[in-house]
Design a protein around this ligand. Structure first.
Ligand code: ZN
Length: 944
């Protein structure tokens, strides 16, 4: 396959830019577009296509609709007689008349040149001729012509021009069915209305040449469990999509069956081979159970054929990483008999070839892909896995892929996440000749428009079977991001393209840069998407850099972002051993601060203004454009209010930290006034649009939920109360008052303390001083909701000045995956969290008041299977460790108070695995909880 020489990249990108200067809004940009100085009038003109060519008919229909939208006289259809008649011609290259046009205009086109989905357009002052290398190419040519149409002096015209275009990736930019297109059908009541909404979504994809739909069924559901209604809707929508060159696709798995935990049959309860469990759903695998496997594949093939699917992804067991891929060591005796430890490749070939054979018979034409495990190209880098032997690494990566490639049916694609070019080159060498599916890194992006698809060029190899697919399942209003994915997968050299180095999503850049995408491409895309009037105004919202997810849940949004900065390899196995095999972090943590929120206040303000201006042209949009518009218009005043309140809260926190309590109070009082005005405005907008349709429930966002403004008011009031708090050490009264910060294990902790008569324990969700001051001690469970200021300033003051006791659990002690990285508020007691360690047996290693007389060397169990090892600071002592001396709990005094760092997590492991459940504390977790409270408060706890 041809590789593009790098030196051409800059040159080509530049020439596209020059060409498009003054050209119509074309998205994606054609490879060649050259104006020839005249105009062609569309409205009232003739339009011809080939008889019986469905894509040609659709093209004519689309041009008719666009003409009507622009208010022009209808096009006149008919049979082509001779090629001298004026009009629009939509043809495929095999058509005889196309041959005549080729001669007439000296057009260079065959079925191989420009090839699959490619087309040429010749527009003179009399004719607009579109010829496709295939019928989808002809349809795409018509879509380009459609984007060229504009109204001028009462006529609908296109500039005469020569266009030549073809896609780099023939499969590109997938759109979610269940969490994307379906949103257009939200609130639609009748089946007809619903079908119309789904079809409108498909049309929107077609207009931008996006050609894969995915995410029909949630994972780990047996496809044959879908009911007749579901199937009938999906098959109707899919048929409509297929006719438009769009491939409906779905993720299935190699699992023989799936089940929820409450519905296990006896056979599944006693499953002898590999099983997986995630989010309450279980999948059951076996490579040797041919009869059952065959039945499953046959049922699946029937389902996919019946529902008109074009691509099926077959996911293998998802876990085990390089050490034990697909958890192969857990296979059953039968599988062991057939395949040795190093022969997993044979089992994979056996299994996937069965899929290929059955689909060839039962659902021919459906493309099969499998992210053959391990499916990340970075596994080809030996250096990443210093903890496994070279032999094992090679057997489970390079050799495995090479062997599978040799024996696997050539029609089955392999799949991987996109990765840096060197790793992908190595990976691809193992898959010589086989087409591949590249996927984005499933970004949980905080914004409404992102530019990360500019990296696609890094994984373009020119194989016509290759796919580049966006996997952001949750779409909501983010159509423009996915259209940008199509831009760069159609035309990898589009301006702004960039070499991928490993960090896929960067919230500090990807919502505002590069300029050429933000300022040149986005306005074109917005005009195309919303129509000219609204597009020209709403683009300011997309350019503002707004991050709704960060505004409503700053801690979680940044935690997600920081995870991928610390760990460049996206999680292949979130539960497991792969944590050991990591390279150094790729970018420093993003530190939350008031300036970051201040930027969001501005961005929300700009967005709100843009939407208000665009609202004036609301009626220029169609029903579905309106729904997407309302999604933003309705929520933006609330986002603005929350951003403003969050900002004031942060500024006040900083002022309080510096002892400027009066200034903090003034900021907060002003914030309350602003919030009142902002709330009224938000309410007014909601009233204004109460009869308009939305794509989702009002408090839903792409990620996160919009809190009630009354809750935001409470937050500010509570911070204001803080300014009046004077901390001093307190003496417990009749009851020891314990606060448990809401997080993992909070329920079990509360349950545990409920058995004591002189304890009152409750869950809190604020670390404001006025809240903390009510309690004798505080337990901080694993959470992502705490703000930096509360954690580092309030909590510290509460202990140092207020004499409180704090117990901090798991990665908040300063684990490398913790919310704030390897830091915590009391480094003199615990410097940070070091490595993560597996194991449950631990023992006391010091006589300490926490243990209340328990002797050194007492062995206890942890509730969970792993912990973060704390590193004691100058004033801290290790009081619990495992058999080889790795610390589990560290304790020490700070100022007038005390702090305990427990690397464990207070949830109970299910069956010894990584799944866990809330349970009343037991084992070491119970001993530490009870002992810590007694130590903090100086009071003996009494059982009821
Ligand atoms: Zn088995």
């Amino acid at each position: 396959m041809k590789k593009i020489p790098r030196f051409l990249t800059v040159f080509l990108a530049y020439s596209v830019l020059t060409i498009l200067n003054g050209a119509p809004d074309l998205v994606p940009m054609p490879k060649v577009y050259k104006e020839t100085g005249q105009v062609f009038q569309i409205d009232g003109n003739n339009v011809f296509t080939e008889k019986g060519n469905r894509q040609g008919e659709i093209a004519v229909d689309e041009l008719q609709k666009k003409t009507a939208e622009l208010g022009g006289a209808a096009l006149k259809g008919g049979e082509i007689k001779d090629i001298s008649a004026p009009g629009i011609y939509i043809l495929t290259v095999k058509n005889e008349k196309a041959g005549d046009f080729k001669k007439k205009y000296q057009l260079e086109i065959t079925d191989e040149n420009p090839g699959i989905q490619g087309y040429v357009i010749k527009v003179t002052n009399e004719q607009a001729v579109v010829i496709g290398s295939d019928s989808v190419g002809a349809l795409y040519g018509a879509m380009t012509l459609r984007q060229m149409m504009k109204k001028q002096d009462g006529k609908i015209i296109v500039s005469s021009c020569d266009v030549r275009d073809w896609p780099d990736f023939k499969f590109r930019s997938s759109m979610s069915y269940a969490r994307g297109i379906s949103q257009l059908a939200f609130g639609e009541k009748t089946r007809e209305e619903q079908v119309a909404a789904y079809k409108a979504g498909v049309d929107m994809m077609l207009h931008f040449k996006m050609n894969v739909i995915f995410d029909y069924t949630f994972s780990r559901i047996n496809v044959w469990d879908f009911d007749a209604n579901w199937k009938s809707l999906a098959s109707e929508v899919n048929k409509y999509a297929l006719e438009r060159g769009i491939y409906p696709s779905n993720y299935d798995t190699t699992a023989i069956t799936n089940s929820t935990k409450d519905k296990l049959t006896d056979e599944l309860k006693n499953w002898k081979c590999v099983k997986e469990s995630r989010h309450g759903k279980m999948s059951f695998h076996c490579w040797s159970a041919d009869k059952m496997q065959k039945e499953k594949i046959e049922k699946a093939a029937d389902f996919y054929k019946e529902c008109n699917f074009g691509i099926v992804f077959i996911h293998p067991v998802d876990g085990g990483a390089i050490e034990d891929p697909e958890m192969w060591s857990h296979r059953c005796p039968e599988c062991r008999k057939l395949w040795k430890d190093g022969e997993r490749w044979k089992a994979t070939v056996h299994q996937l070839n069965m899929w290929a054979d059955i689909f060839r018979k039962k659902a021919p034409g459906v493309i099969l892909e499998s992210p053959i495990y391990p499916y990340n190209a970075v596994y080809s880098n030996r250096e990443r896995f210093p903890n496994v032997s070279r032999e094992l690494w090679k057997q489970n990566s390079i050799d495995f892929w090479t062997n599978v490639n040799r024996e696997l049916d050539p029609s089955v694609l392999t799949g991987s996440w996109m990765s840096a070019r060197d790793a992908m080159d190595k990976y691809r060498t193992c898959w010589k000749g086989r087409a591949m599916d590249f996927n984005d890194h499933y970004p949980i992006d905080a914004g409404i428009f992102s530019t990360y698809y500019r990296y696609i060029i890094t994984n373009f190899y020119g194989n016509p079977g290759d796919m580049y697919l966006s996997r952001g399942t949750t779409v909501y209003g983010s159509w423009l991001t996915l259209i940008d994915c199509c831009e760069f997968s159609w035309n990898t050299l589009s301006p702004g393209n960039e070499e991928f180095k490993g960090l896929f999503y960067d919230p500090e850049k990807d919502h505002t840069q590069p300029d050429v995408i933000m300022n040149d491409w986005l306005p074109m895309a917005c005009r195309n998407f919303y129509g000219e009037k609204v597009g020209n105004l709403i683009v300011k919202m997309y350019q503002s850099g707004i991050q709704p997810y960060y505004i409503v849940e700053p801690g979680r949004a940044l935690e997600r972002a920081n995870k991928s900065r610390r760990k460049p390899m996206a999680d292949m196995d979130p539960n497991n051993v792969s944590k050991k095999s990591e390279a150094a972090s790729i970018a420093p943590d993003i530190i939350d601060n008031p300036a970051r929120m201040a930027f969001q206040v501005k961005a929300a303000e700009k967005s709100m203004q843009a939407l208000e201006e665009a609202w004036k042209h609301y009626n220029t949009m169609n029903k579905y454009q309106k729904k997407l518009f309302i999604y933003y218009y309705k929520r933006m005043p609330e986002l603005y209010a929350i951003a403003r309140a969050n900002y004031a809260d942060r500024v006040a926190g900083e002022l309080q930290k510096d002892g400027m309590f009066d200034a903090a109070a003034a900021v907060l009082e002003n914030a309350l006034k602003n919030l009142k005005a902002d709330s009224e405005k938000a309410q007014a907008v909601k009233t204004q649009i109460k009869d308009e349709q939305d794509i989702m429930a009002p408090d839903k966002l792409k990620f996160g939920t919009i809190p009630k403004l009354s809750e935001i008011k409470k937050m500010i009031e509570s911070r204001l109360a803080d300014a009046k708090v004077i901390l001093k050490p307190r003496r417990p009264g009749r009851f020891v008052n314990i606060a448990v910060y809401d997080g993992t294990g909070a329920k079990g902790t509360i349950e545990f303390f409920s058995q004591f008569k002189n304890v009152k324990a409750e869950i809190i969700s604020s670390l404001n001083l006025s809240v903390l001051d009510k309690y004798d001690c505080v337990f901080i469970m694993k959470t992502t909701k705490i703000s930096r200021n509360d954690f580092f300033n309030n909590l510290r003051r509460y202990v140092v000045e207020g004499g409180g006791g704090v117990l901090i659990e798991h990665d908040l002690i300063g684990g490398e995956r913790g919310l704030f990285g390897q830091t915590n508020p009391f480094p003199e007691v615990c410097k940070s969290g070091a490595k993560r360690k597996d194991g449950r047996k631990v023992q006391t290693v010091l006589e300490h008041p926490i243990f209340n007389g328990l002797s050194k060397g007492t062995v206890m169990d942890l509730m969970y299977v792993d912990w973060i090892v704390p590193v004691a600071g100058e004033d801290g002592s290790v009081i619990v460790a495992d058999a080889v001396g790795d610390a589990v709990v560290v304790a020490g005094t700070v100022g007038s108070g005390k702090a305990v760092f427990s690397g464990t997590i207070s949830v109970s492991s299910i069956g010894g695995g990584y799944d866990a459940e809330e349970k009343c504390l037991y084992g070491l977790n119970a001993a530490i909880a009870e002992g810590a409270v007694e130590w903090f408060a100086g009071v003996k706890l009494e059982k009821k």
